[in-house]
Design a protein around this ligand. Structure first.
Ligand code: NAP
Length: 470
């Protein structure tokens, strides 16, 4: 967003960041095994390619370094205010300005782009006795690297995208690993491999080759969505067949296989990709515990049958509070209406980007613009282009307040939720972080990346209302 603003001559520009460095989830999540489940060549920004990703699926340190390098290469450093937490933002109607409060003082902005993301408020489970555990206990996104796991009895709660990377990474060094599984994920092979210097050299020499590779990676991932993956169709059956074969190939014990077989449609929760998760679960020092967790004690975890699983270290791979973190942004729009109030019936934004009552405020990866099947960076770039068009319009007419017309926003959201109603996320027989408390999917776009690109190709100004300050 910042790079495109600079290219478009939009400024002055300030980037506010609560942490001491850039990188978002790729800065926060340093747990063992952390890697992207989208290939690096597709995950990179389209205008900042990297020819030499070391693996097909790069690891966290490589992605974090890439993001740092992008900041340097595009000269963003002077625009960055690190260690600056936004504590509130209030729309000043008379001046058509946002007053942003931070822990380092206020600033005024004609427009604000929220690129705060949704997966950075760790969700710790509400289990009785959680605080009583005597040993080290931490969330996957706040890994305590000071704690050695070698030779210790480790418990991992959760079987989502984070857990399936952590378990194979730590299993070989721990004395024992107990994985507390509430519901098994669908897991398909990742087919990860090193890319090597010759691939990098070829991509450097022939950039078109790299672009073709990126196009291939993109196209492959669009296919399931094109085939109706989001509707729980034939494409899901093919996926389920692949995942079952993957499970059979790695797990010989029928009882364990049974435990690991999901009871909901593939795609309902995020489909996980891993080559080493199942082999790790087949190890003799790893146990999969499916009993509901009843309590946490100073010594370990008690499951419903009364068994106390003795542990030295406890890892919460229990995900993030999406709805809470986004709706809790302390934003007050026109007429004193807060974001939390605007969304008390459920999150939603016009084209996932703008919100009626919140002029000149834009979201990146806002409600219903996440993906389960392809790189979200593609979605972000489509949104950035849309927001730039809005910002250019504002720049051409200083003092203007631009926001979606309520009817246009309502129409967009009605169509979106009609589309979602028949989807695998609503009808696939599972609960996941994609849904809010009312069971509505507020996270995902119910189509292809191409269909979202079409939806945000350029702002339709009839869908917006403008007001001019004195
Ligand atoms: P998640 O997908 O929300 O998984 C949380 C896990 O914790 C689930 O298995 C859940 O069980 C379990 N859990 C929660 N409360 C529990 C309780 N009280 N008792 C037992 N189990 C409990 O979280 P995540 O794995 O951190 O992943 C979050 C998202 O981050 C992903 O979907 C993905 O978008 C992103 N991510 C991406 C990557 C990557 O690119 N490779 C890696 C990590 C994360 P249920 O399934 O039964 O709810």
């Amino acid at each position: 967003m910042a790079i495109r603003c600079r290219e478009a001559g939009i400024g002055p520009l300030r980037i506010l960041e609560k942490a001491g460095s850039v990188g978002g989830v790729w800065r926060e999540n340093t747990y063992p095994g952390a890697a992207c489940d989208i290939p690096g060549h597709l995950y990179a920004l389209s205008f900042a390619p990297k020819a030499d990703w070391s693996r097909l699926y790069p690891t966290q340190p490589e992605i974090a370094a890439y993001l740092e390098a992008v900041v340097e290469r595009f000269g963003l450093r002077p625009h960055l205010s690190l260690d600056t937490t936004v504590t509130g933002a209030v729309w000043d109607e008379a001046r058509a300005l946002w007053r942003i409060e931070t822990d380092r003082g206020p600033l005024l902005a004609r427009a604000v782009v929220s690129a705060a993301g949704g997966l950075h408020h760790p969700a710790l489970p509400d289990i009785p006795g959680r605080g009583s555990f005597a040993g080290p206990a931490f969330h996957s996104a706040a890994w305590d690297h000071g704690v050695s796991l070698a030779g210790r009895r480790v418990g991992v709660i959760g079987t989502g995208a984070s857990a399936i990377q952590i378990v194979p990474a730590i299993a070989p060094e721990v004395a024992s690993l107990t994985l507390f599984q509430r519901s098994p994920p669908w897991v398909v092979p990742r087919n990860d491999h090193a890319l090597g210097p010759r691939v990098a050299a070829a991509f450097r020499r022939w950039p078109l080759l790299r672009r073709a590779f990126r196009g291939l990676l993109y196209g492959q991932r669009e296919i399931p969505a094109v085939l109706g993956f989001t509707r729980g169709s034939f494409a899901n059956r093919i996926g389920e067949f692949t995942a079952r074969r993957h499970l059979r190939g790695a797990i010989a014990d029928p009882a364990l296989r049974e435990k690991l077989t999901p009871r909901y449609r593939l795609g309902c929760k995020r489909v996980l990709v891993s080559d080493d998760y199942y082999p790790a679960l087949a190890r003799s020092n790893v146990a999969v515990e499916t009993g509901t967790i009843r309590a946490i004690t100073p010594r370990g975890v008690v499951t419903q049958d009364g068994t106390e699983h003795a542990l030295d270290v406890l890892v919460y791979a229990t995900g993030f509070d999406l709805a809470g973190s986004v709706a809790q942004l302390p934003v007050t729009g026109r007429g004193g209406r807060t974001l939390a109030r605007a969304w008390d019936g459920g999150m939603g934004a016009h084209r996932g980007i703008a919100l009626s009552g919140f002029p000149n405020w834009f979201f990146l990866l806002g409600p219903n613009t996440g993906l389960g099947h392809n790189s979200v960076v593609l979605m972000i770039e489509a949104q950035v282009a849309y927001v730039i068009a809005c910002l250019e319009r504002l720049a051409a007419s200083p003092g203007t307040a631009l926001e979606p017309a309520p009817e246009a926003q309502a129409r967009f959201l009605a169509e979106l939720h009609a589309e979602l109603a028949g989807s695998v996320w609503q009808r696939g027989g599972c609960a996941s972080w994609y849904q809010d408390e009312g069971g509505r999917n507020v996270a995902l776009w119910p189509g292809t990346v191409a269909s979202y690109r079409r939806a945000v190709r350029s702002p339709v100004w009839d869908e917006y209302v403008t007001a001019k300050s004195e």
